[in-house]
Design a protein around this ligand. Structure first.
Ligand code: PXG
Ligand code: PLP
Length: 440
């Protein structure tokens, strides 16, 4: 059914200005490789790899074939008390790729579910170790950890929390965010200043007494809030403080896992191994919803006591380890390996950085940030109309330049394909420049 023939009002869109959108809908009905197509056949270049999801491009033939085969072979099989061969295989593949010592994998269906699963694992792990007093969870200002109650509570994005302020889960606190535009504007890669902000965790250890703290959760590079790479030395210091105080360190790698930082995991890139890694998105190249929580042996082993006929963790989703999602995941891991995707992504970094920073002297631009294949151009807000400049850029890119870009308020975010072609990137940024030149 075409948009014109549909009742679009029935559809409540997520994280979207519904009324504004429905006045002139932007609807995609097909995709191939690096492009989307609309119902009337217009081809658009996707500068966001889906929603940080589809690093290999859309409708990769190997993943499509694996999903088609699987859905006809085993469509569904519960993973409570019985399981399927594909879930087992994917757990092995992903943990093989993970940093040393991280050898266990719990499946979910999204990043938000992975976050809440990881928080529950952290709490239950301490309890299983006889440290049930460790109940406090620490997030960070500006962090994004999905939209379920746990993730929203440890998250630090004010508008996401505002309507639910009295209903956030108890026992949560936040360390300070790391963005410092005065000292670090236009940093190429990791900002130099701010490692000392990790000491804010020491402050909370004093305030709450560290014996009450279960876990700290951070994105290695904050994505959704507008791409905030960590200051040099910051993550290393967080790791040290957690070790000193027996606190579990959780990396939310929903965006940074699977090549976005030129390595399998952000943990590899930073040389910092957390206790728990949260993934989703690139696990299946976005083809079928799936997430995974990866844990260190010491975390898993903490649960493997007590009567052997008893469930160790009372947690799981109907679709945990769904065979079709798992088949998509296995094919995705195959392609990452066969095509050398992570190395390819690493080789694109410098060109991407140079293109982004060519906007540094543009009249609207107040900061440019990048790390790996994550990038952001922050524009000054218009007087009295925060977000308007970003939204206008998004719309003009779509309608005038056949380009899909994402804006969070006045920050443009970029998530190029891990296998982008350099000339595609050049053309896309040339189009963005035309748009920025044309708007007030
Ligand atoms: N953690 C992180 C670090 C994420 O980036 C989630 C959890 C939640 O995943 P699900 O699959 O439940 O959406 C995410 C998701 C943006 C943007 O604009 C990023 C996300 C979601 C929506 C928008 O960058 N990331
Ligand atoms: N609500 C009801 C009534 C259910 O029976 C279930 C699962 O069996 C759920 C919610 C949870 O659904 P899911 O396992 O897909 O998260």
């Amino acid at each position: 059914m075409s948009v014109a023939a549909s009742n679009i009002d029935a559809y409540w869109m997520p994280f979207t200005a519904n009324r504004d959108f429905k006045a002139n809908p932007r609807v995609i009905s097909g995709a191939s490789g690096h492009h989307y197509t609309t119902e009337n056949g217009t081809k658009l270049y996707d500068m966001f790899s889906g929603l940080w999801t589809s690093g290999l491009g859309h409708c990769h033939p190997k993943i499509v074939a694996a999903v088609q085969k699987q859905v006809a072979e085993l469509d569904y099989c519960m993973t409570f008390q019985v399981t399927n061969n594909k879930a087992i295989e994917l757990a092995g593949r992903v943990t093989e790729m993970a940093p040393e010592g991280i050898n266990h994998c719990f499946f979910t269906n999204s990043g938000s579910e992975s976050v809440d699963t990881a928080l529950k694992i952290a709490l239950a792990c301490h309890r299983a170790r006889g440290e049930g007093n460790r109940t406090r969870l620490i997030g960070r200002e500006r962090g994004y950890h999905g939209v379920n109650f746990g993730g929203m509570s440890v998250g630090g994005i004010a508008p996401n929390r505002k309507a639910f302020s009295a209903n956030l889960i108890p026992g949560v606190d936040h360390i300070r965010q790391t963005h410092d535009i005065e000292r670090n504007a236009f940093s190429r890669g990791l900002p130099k200043h701010g490692a000392e902000l990790a000491e804010d965790l020491v402050r909370l250890c004093g305030l709450h007494d560290s014996s009450n703290i279960a876990a700290v959760i951070v994105e290695p590079v904050a994505g959704s809030t507008g791409v905030l790479p960590p200051p040099v030395g910051y993550l290393e210091r967080l790791r040290e403080i957690c070790d000193q105080h027996g606190i579990l360190l959780i990396f939310d790698e929903v965006i940074t896992a699977f090549g976005r930082l030129g390595r399998p995991f952000g943990a590899h890139r930073f040389g910092v191994t957390p206790d728990i890694i949260i993934t989703a998105k690139g696990l299946t190249n976005g083809v079928i919803p799936m997430g995974a929580v990866l844990v260190r042996d010491s975390v898993y082993d903490a649960f493997m006591h007590g009567p052997e006929n008893m469930i160790e963790l009372f947690h799981g989703y109907t679709y945990s380890g769904h065979p079709v999602a798992a088949a998509a995941g296995i094919a995705t891991m195959d392609v990452y390996e066969e095509e050398g995707t992570f190395e390819q992504a690493a080789s694109l970094e410098q060109g991407f950085e140079d293109l982004l920073h060519s906007f540094a002297d543009h009249k609207h631009v107040i900061d440019v940030r990048n790390y790996g294949l994550m990038g952001a151009i922050e524009m000054a807000p218009r007087d009295g109309a925060p977000g308007a400049r970003g939204t206008e850029t998004h719309k003009k890119c779509f309608w005038d330049e056949n380009l899909v870009v994402r804006n969070g308020m006045d920050t443009l975010q970029f998530s190029p394909f891990l296998n982008s072609k350099p000339d595609e990137m050049e053309q896309s940024f040339a189009a963005i420049r035309r748009v920025l030149d044309s708007i007030e």
